[in-house]
Design a binder for this molecule. Structure first.
Ligand SMILES: C[S@@+](CC[C@H](N)C(=O)[O-])C[C@H]1O[C@@H](n2cnc3c(N)ncnc32)[C@H](O)[C@@H]1O
Length: 282
């Protein structure tokens, strides 16, 4: 049935269908959808209903569960429900730790390349911040070269990330000397969009990766893994599973960095706490 102005998309959404959708989302992505999120889910699915020419979330659920749409819809569903808030230099103490502790130690040990992973990268602010910090250290100290893997479950955010193009206001937390070196202004004077320089963009490999997947592919010898501000969407059991899997991809002595509000404690991980939200593999 087509959309009409008097019947906004998503109005009909039964409790049973909410339960079915939230179970599907949780099982696939680990993202919790408690009962209070029903309105949020309705709003976030509106564009999808329009794209599929469906009049309500109940119709959408028939399509997903009764007409075999579940598999093809998962990508869109996850795009619709994931929370992608991010910033450049977010929780900047983590980048200070890299600059002041991790990178000098690796340079002193003569390591030639640092391997980093931004494991819930969103639109890429975290990975580009990492690239700026690593590149700056390399230039100042003849430090190691670097390679960054940046992954996310959402195809929508990855499509933005790979372009490296952002509203100029997102650069407010970026130190001016980094802006001067690593951020290009548009040639169009009316544009308020900026772009990360090609030399940094070339250092990052982008990929879709679901942290819930038990058999994802990633190198086993990362020096540092950032997994920040995503665990909060998972229950305790899934948090532990995600972190254990990530630890398999860290080299001994490598660092696992979580969001300030997140913890790896109690998950039986092969790590020691260094400072709040930073862990080192033992
Ligand atoms: C709030 S953002 C955090 C971005 C960045 N790490 C930061 O701290 O600024 C959370 C990201 O986790 C991603 N995400 C959610 N569930 C995921 C999963 N199962 N696997 C991989 N990424 C996931 C979302 O798509 C979203 O982009």
């Amino acid at each position: 049935m087509s959309q009409t102005a008097s019947a906004p998309a998503g109005e009909n959404f039964s409790q049973r269908n909410f339960d079915r959708l939230s179970k599907l989302i949780d099982r696939y992505s680990g993202i919790k959808m408690p009962a209070g999120k029903r309105t949020m889910l309705t709003v976030r699915l509106r564009n999808r209903l329009l794209a599929l020419d469906l009049a309500s979330v109940d119709e959408y659920c028939s399509y997903v569960f009764e007409q075999g749409g579940a598999e093809s819809e998962l990508v869109y569903l996850i795009d619709a429900v994931s929370t992608n808030k991010t910033d450049f230099f977010r929780e900047s103490a983590h980048f200070d730790f890299l600059r002041e502790t991790m990178l000098p130690a690796l340079a002193a040990a003569g390591q030639r390349q640092v391997k980093c992973w931004s494991a819930a990268a969103s639109i890429g602010a975290e990975a580009y911040t990492l690239a700026m910090v690593l590149d700056d250290f390399r230039q100042r100290n003849r430090g190691p070269d670097y390679a960054i893997l940046a992954t996310d479950i959402s195809t929508e955010v990855l499509a933005v990330a790979v372009q490296g193009q952002f509203p100029a206001s997102m650069m407010d937390p970026v130190p001016p000397e980094f802006c001067a070196r690593y951020v290009m202004k548009s040639r169009n004077p009316g544009s308020d969009t900026v772009r990360i320089v090609p030399s940094l963009r070339a250092k990052i490999t982008w990929a879709r990766l679901n942290l819930m997947d038990e058999r994802y592919q990633a190198d086993p010898d990362m020096d540092v893994i950032f997994c920040r501000n995503v665990l909060i969407y998972f229950d305790k059991t899934k948090q532990g599973q995600v972190l254990s899997r990530l630890c398999r991809h860290l080299k001994e002595g490598g660092y696992l960095i979580l969001g300030h509000a997140e913890t790896g404690a109690g998950a039986g991980l092969p790590v020691r706490g260094v400072v709040n939200s930073i862990y080192q593999k033992v």
